[in-house]
Design a protein around this ligand. Structure first.
Ligand code: SF4
Ligand code: SF4
Length: 182
């Protein structure tokens, strides 16, 4: 519903400065206004996407990081940044199709969603998931999430063939398939 609670919870958990948004709410709208016989008919809709790093199976950020600062943890597939190895070259920010790595000009380094690895280690859910008042976000093994729905992307997102994101987007139950719109 676009309340931004997940985005705020993420910023608070990681104590992010102004301008750094490891999780972002993207507001989308589409449709047309049609005029007919003096009346205007609205055929519009609006929706939101809550986006962060997708901890991709084939992460371009990792492939293009020259220092190995970005790496995919073998135990669970979470993509992490080692700040001690980051030289701030920003190759990852240009490589990621989702805009996930964020350059911090003050630190001269990149930061991004780490799936709240510290919380996971304490058997807690990521802060964004726990804070969502309508339980729109879920986190877990991607095979489990895909077993209940298997939409690796929506039409607004880059092709999943680029990085094989660990992401499932489930449309709202009242969403209209544009191919079936009257
Ligand atoms: S979403 Fe971007 S930053 Fe995250 S793993 Fe994929 S390519 Fe890397
Ligand atoms: S900015 Fe840091 S994490 Fe990103 S590619 Fe350069 S060294 Fe790697």
């Amino acid at each position: 519903m676009g309340c931004h609670t997940c985005q705020i919870a993420c910023k608070e958990r990681s104590d992010l400065p102004v301008g750094q948004r490891w999780r972002r709410i993207i507001e989308l709208a589409a449709g047309t206004f049609e005029e007919s016989e003096g009346f205007v008919r609205a055929r519009v809709s609006a929706w939101y996407l809550s986006m962060a790093c997708n901890h991709c199976a084939r992460p371009l950020c990792v492939a293009n990081c020259p220092t190995g600062a970005l790496h995919k943890r073998p135990t669970d597939g979470i993509v992490l940044v080692d700040p001690s190895r980051c030289i701030g070259c920003r190759y990852c920010t240009w490589s990621c199709p989702y805009g996930a790595p964020q350059f911090d000009a003050l630190q001269g380094k990149v930061g991004k969603c780490d799936a709240c690895a510290d919380r996971l280690a304490r058997a807690q859910q990521p802060a964004c998931v726990e804070s969502c008042p309508v339980r729109a976000l879920r986190f877990g093994p991607i095979e489990e999430l895909r077993s209940s729905a298997n939409h690796p992307a929506s039409r607004e997102l880059p092709s999943p063939s680029l990085t094989d994101p660990s992401l499932v987007v489930r449309p709202h139950r009242d969403a209209i398939d544009p191919k079936q719109e009257p």
